[in-house]
Ligand binder design. Structure first.
Ligand code: M6R
Length: 613
């Protein structure tokens, strides 16, 4: 939530920061703002997107200067409007600050500052922070980096901030706690951003700041990192391996569309070096170091949110079936607040695309305190969750920019499939012939996903038929039940059609009351086990005049005769079905959203990475 960018060096800051904000816009798009300094401070802020900010700047002259900061907002405190947009200024107008996070004790601080004569113009918690730093500076006479550090000792909450002091115009100060921040180190220049995407075009050398660290970067090329207790830290400088081309839309209209079509490749990337069909093995280096503890675990607990939680449910089915280890799948937000029973012989798996989701991070913190082994299944390299875990595996899906998660989901499911197979093999719970069959079939999945994608015209046609619906029901059994949940979430978040996912058999316990001729019911009906049961479910929907869209296995005649529309996917082993059956649902939501004129990549009220509670 919220994207922040800072630059100090020798180049024009404005274009660099604007480009950075465009790359970070997926993190929030309620308003955008920028401040640069060139002997004179210039601040522009505008409700809406970065393009609205650019238009505002066009009305006057482009701000000059080789130092600056910029922000794209996902509103928490205060409406999305020009006044609440960042940057925020101190009372004397000398300090400028941008912030991602929430200052929980902002009210107490605000009241105390008001008593000292501070006046506030916005409704934000962020403005309180910049006044607090100003007050600290006034009282102590400390240089800006020290004033920031001391002020932050009084703050409760989460923050990633960048501060510019017009009295010291050759330096930027950045700090983080609970919200991500990366420092890019160039030749006589520094970049600071919420994630590496605005940085990698300029330098691949980065430092991921840790919680409660404060960095000061100077035009001279010097930089220093301290912790909040004033201890100098040795920075861990990493070389990233990200390409700027990965960040573009290519020939696609939307990032989501591009990411859906990337899946044959991203699933393959996730399997690279981990699945070998010729030699008949799967391996996961992440579990090697702790293999004894992991394979002997009494229980796995998956902590995740949203789409990652759905992938976790599939993980439960896979691990329980193939490795016979009990699995519980928890919403991270619930796990962290309900005093759960977590033991030291449990393994807690964190699933997260961004690696920055606040609830998942907090749940992991709790699990760590209780002594469980923490395993991360993460996409974003170097992210907070990736750095917090004892062990883990990246899914290697590449940057996912569309707010609706697609390729990360199939990456997570692929990774969990490999994990379940590795553990099953090690624990002797999976017959060798079935193990080999699954390996061979897993290796075929990328080409089968490509075949599903070739079917997009038919899916687009079906989307046109149901695009006016106001409600939709998604049904699935077994491995396809979490896919039903995921299909419903995709439709909700990008097309604003209300949708519910249910285990098909649960329909008769309530949702069936909703079915009439206006209700599209999307049934994922590829199951071999309980096939007759799902056919009966479809009959029940048809008997109530519901419109059935069935995802079936190629060649299925029985369901094709009953359903209004069918979408065929290639045959595969049941545990691998979600990797194929989710693809038409992603495409269906995508086309419906496009036809309804929705902003597919930036749906209203959402942000890609949810770094607030
Ligand atoms: O980055 P994470 O995987 O931790 O994010 C979890 C959810 O916020 C995320 O999956 C969200 O539900 C997506 N918008 C779904 O498309």
């Amino acid at each position: 939530m919220c994207g922040i960018v800072g630059y100090v060096g020798t180049k024009d800051a404005y274009p660099l920061i604007i480009k950075g904000l465009q790359l970070l816009e997926y993190r929030g798009y309620d308003s955008a703002g920028i401040a640069t300094y060139n002997g004179k401070l210039r601040v522009f802020k505008k409700k809406g997107k970065v393009k609205d900010l650019i238009n505002l700047v066009k009305e006057s002259s482009v701000p000059e200067g080789t130092i600056g900061i910029g922000h794209t907002r996902w509103a928490t405190h205060g409406l999305p409007n020009d006044i609440n947009a960042h940057p925020h200024l101190s009372g004397d107008g000398k300090l400028v600050l941008i912030h991602n996070g929430i200052i929980e004790n902002y009210n107490v601080l605000k009241e105390a500052l008001k008593k000292e004569g501070h006046e506030f113009i916005s409704e934000t918690d962020t403005e309180v922070l910049v006044h607090l730093i100003e007050e600290t500076q006034k009282r102590t006479g400390l240089p800006i980096e020290e004033a920031v550090r001391v002020a932050l000792t009084k703050v409760v909450g989460a923050y990633a901030i960048i501060v510019m002091d017009t009295d010291e115009p050759d330096k930027l100060v950045a700090a983080r706690k609970g919200s991500p921040l990366v420092l890019g180190i160039g030749e006589d220049e520094f970049f600071i951003a919420s994630d590496p995407t605005p940085i990698i075009e300029h330098t691949q050398k980065v430092v991921f700041l840790n919680d409660e660290e404060i960095a000061v970067v100077q035009r001279s090329g010097d930089f220093q990192i301290k912790d909040i207790d004033n201890r100098i830290q040795t920075p861990f400088i990493q070389e990233l391996d990200m390409k700027i081309a990965e960040l573009g839309k290519g020939d696609f209209d939307y990032y989501m569309q591009k990411e859906i079509y990337e899946q044959p490749k991203t699933i393959e990337d996730c399997m690279r070096g981990r699945v070998n069909a010729h030699e008949g093995w799967v391996m996961l280096s992440g579990i090697k170091e702790f293999s004894e503890r992991i394979s002997k675990a009494k229980r796995f607990i998956v902590a995740a949110c949203g789409t990652s939680w759905h992938a976790g449910l599939i993980g439960e089915y896979l691990i329980e079936e193939l490795a016979r280890i009990p699995v519980e799948v928890e919403y991270a937000s619930e796990l962290r607040y309900r005093n759960p029973i977590i033991n030291s012989d449990d393994v807690v798996i964190a699933l997260s695309q961004s690696g920055e989701t606040a609830d998942t991070l907090a749940a992991l913190g709790l699990a760590k305190e209780k002594g469980a082994l923490i395993y991360g299944v993460v996409n974003a390299v170097g992210s907070s969750i990736a750095r917090m875990t004892d062990a883990g595996s990246y899914i290697h899906a590449g940057p996912e920019i569309g707010v609706a998660s697609t390729k990360a989901f199939t990456g997570q499911v692929t990774l969990l499939t490999i994990m379940a197979m590795c553990l099953g093999y090690e624990r002797g719970t999976i017959p060798r012939s079935y193990y080999l069959q699954l390996i061979e079939e897993l290796a075929n999945i990328p080409s089968k996903v490509a075949r599903v994608l070739e079917n997009s015209k038919k899916i687009e046609y079906i989307a046109g038929e149901i695009k006016e619906a106001t409600n939709a029901l998604y049904l699935g059994r077994g491995y396809n039940f979490p896919v039903a949940l995921e299909g419903a979430l995709k439709l909700k978040e990008i097309s604003y059609i209300h949708a519910e996912g249910y285990p098909a058999a649960e329909m008769k316990h309530g949702p069936i009351a909703l079915i009439d001729e206006n209700m599209p019911v999307i049934v994922i009906a590829t199951n071999k086990s309980a096939y007759e049961k799902i056919v009966s479910n479809i009959q029940e929907v048809k008997a109530r005049k519901g419109v059935v869209i069935a995802v079936v296995t190629e060649g299925d005649k029985i369901i094709s005769d009953i359903a209004d529309y069918t979408i065929e996917i290639p045959d595969t082993d049941e545990p691998l079905t979600p990797l194929l059956s989710v693809i038409p649902l992603q495409l269906l939501s995508y086309y419906i959203a496009v036809m309804r004129g929705c902003n597919v990549d930036q749906p209203r009220n959402l942000a890609k990475s949810v770094t607030v509670e």
